[in-house]
Design a protein around this ligand. Structure first.
Ligand SMILES: [Zn+2]
Length: 276
């Protein structure tokens, strides 16, 4: 039976091959990663609320357009009312004059003008009627747009409230994680805190990297064999070791010498002799 990596003698917490601050720092890093994720989540809320509000823009624009159409309709109606009056007045004048004309031709010309004015008057009346009929549609449009906007406002209010509830819950989770951080921080000596903070600040909340297979898992660069050896064998509590490339604090979960030294038989002998 093969055992997977998950069956390794697990937590690092009781590994004798590890600087005693490392497990505490890993706890702190776990909390910090959680905080980074929570902060990123929290940052999305203002945008989500803005986006919900933006949904009203369409309904607002539709209402504004309907109202404008309504105003324009009234203006147009007024204009054709004036046209009707003007043509009516002109036809009346020509009719008054027709009693005083002397020649047949002049009479005919007047009759022609009267017919023309009446035709224009009829045209303006038709337009007026069309506009009045259209005005009913426009008024309906205004009413519908008002109802749509009201409905949209209600649904956006519900959505907003939902987002705000989620936001409050996330904030609570964030505050709990902050308290958890204080707790994780407590057992860590001050010099380690300072080092951790300095590194974590530069790496978005990450200060430690696993060293495995001769590699820093933070940046993928090679870790010098003697550093690996120190990580897995050193019982000295004074120092932590950092990746030369990315600067993260290295730790190892495997109290064995890495594979690149396995092939060296002389090494196997020497490590056996120093283990006593
Ligand atoms: Zn590295």
């Amino acid at each position: 039976m093969q055992t997977g990596p998950s069956n390794l003698p697990s937590p690092m917490l009781d590994s004798p091959f590890m600087h005693p601050a490392i497990p505490r720092l890993l706890d702190l890093q776990t909390v910090d990663h959680h905080l980074v994720a929570l902060r990123a989540d929290l940052d999305t809320f203002p945008k989500r609320i803005r986006e919900a509000d933006l949904k009203l823009n369409g309904a607002r624009a539709a209402l504004a357009a309907a109202k404008e159409a309504h105003v324009n309709g009234l203006k147009e109606r007024k204009k054709f009312e004036l046209d009707v009056d003007q043509w009516k007045e002109r036809a009346r004048k020509y009719r008054d004059q027709s009693g005083a004309v002397k020649t047949n031709e002049a009479y005919k010309a007047l009759q022609h003008e009267i017919a023309n004015a009446e035709a224009e008057m009829a045209k303006a009346e038709d337009r007026q009627l069309e506009i009045m009929m259209a005005a009913e549609d426009v008024e309906r449009r205004v009413k519908n747009s008002e109802a749509n906007l009201k409905q949209a406002e209600q649904s956006v209010a519900v959505e907003r409230k939902d987002i705000e509830t989620q936001q409050a819950a996330k904030k609570k989770e964030f505050d709990a994680a902050l308290a958890e951080r204080e707790h994780a921080l407590a057992p860590i000596p001050e010099d380690m805190r300072i080092l951790y903070d300095r590194i974590a600040k530069r790496h978005n909340g990450t200060a430690l990297a696993l060293a495995r297979d001769g590699q820093c898992r933070g940046c993928g660069m090679r870790v010098l064999p003697h550093i690996i050896q120190l990580l897995v064998q050193d019982t000295n509590d004074e120092e932590v070791y950092r990746c030369e490339s990315c600067g993260l604090i290295l730790y190892s979960l495997e109290p064995v010498v890495p594979h690149n030294l396995d092939a060296d038989p002389s090494h196997a002998a020497s490590s056996a002799s120093t283990s006593s």
